[in-house]
Design a protein around this ligand. Structure first.
Ligand SMILES: C[S@@+](CC[C@H](N)C(=O)[O-])C[C@H]1O[C@@H](n2cnc3c(N)ncnc32)[C@H](O)[C@@H]1O
Length: 207
């Protein structure tokens, strides 16, 4: 994305899309039950999902993204949300996460996985940094049907240049995700595609 796209993306995420991040943050807490420890938000962009999860938990956060421009937005957003004592940013790729083994309780990610190359390597890295018993909630979507409809309506009116799929995102098929998760050694995971989007829930087995 160029600088103007990054700014647009950031203001849409903080405005029109804010309820979508809150929705998924609630889902993550409900599904994983992890409310404390360290959370890694992968392909965080401006940190929107982690920031929403921070509001309903006492988790600390590492926000990682491959784009310095998006990570700059995350740095500003973390400060605006008064979360500097609970959050750090990392420039890097999911395929080589610059964190120690077994250092993270929860890995979250929204809207980034379609862009990941070398999926088995990415999941192997996620498995490496997760503590035994740690969870992942990784995928994408626009919330539930009501939130999705509200998003579509506002985007059409307020941001027609972003509406209607002009900005195509790549897509892996779900079998590709399952194969990559198996190849990374996860034996407990689900890949679900429904009216809340596509989400992978994974668990790293305790020793
Ligand atoms: C569509 S944005 C999603 C941002 C944010 N998570 C959200 O939900 O709005 C995708 C993000 O994934 C990042 N990304 C893409 N490939 C990546 C990779 N291999 N490792 C880390 N980040 C990556 C991009 O830089 C971008 O910020």
């Amino acid at each position: 994305m160029n600088a103007s796209d990054v700014n647009d993306y950031n203001s849409i995420a903080l405005g029109i899309n804010a309820p979508i991040y809150s929705f998924y943050a609630g889902r993550i807490l409900e599904k994983t039950g992890i409310a404390s420890g360290l959370c890694l938000d992968v392909g965080c962009g401006g940190g929107y999902l982690g920031l929403a999860l921070a509001r309903i938990t006492t988790l600390d956060f590492v926000f990682i993204d491959a784009s310095p421009e998006m990570l700059s937005c995350a740095t500003v957003n973390i400060a605006t949300h008064n979360l500097t004592t609970r959050a750090a940013t990392l420039l890097g790729q999911v395929q080589a996460i610059p964190l120690p083994d077994e250092s993270v309780d929860l890995v979250i990610s929204r809207g980034s996985i379609p862009f990941w190359d070398e999926l088995p390597t990415a999941f192997r890295e996620i498995k490496r940094v997760l503590k035994p018993g740690g969870c992942g909630y990784i995928g994408g979507g626009l919330g539930d049907p009501k939130l999705r409809a509200a998003h579509m309506e506002r985007m059409k009116k307020e941001h027609p240049e972003w509406h209607g799929g002009q900005r195509k995102i790549p897509r892996h098929d779900d079998r590709h995700y399952s194969d990559a998760l198996e190849s990374a050694g996860f034996d407990s995971f689900t890949v679900t595609r429904n009216d809340e989007g596509m989400w992978i829930e994974l668990l790293k087995a305790k020793m």
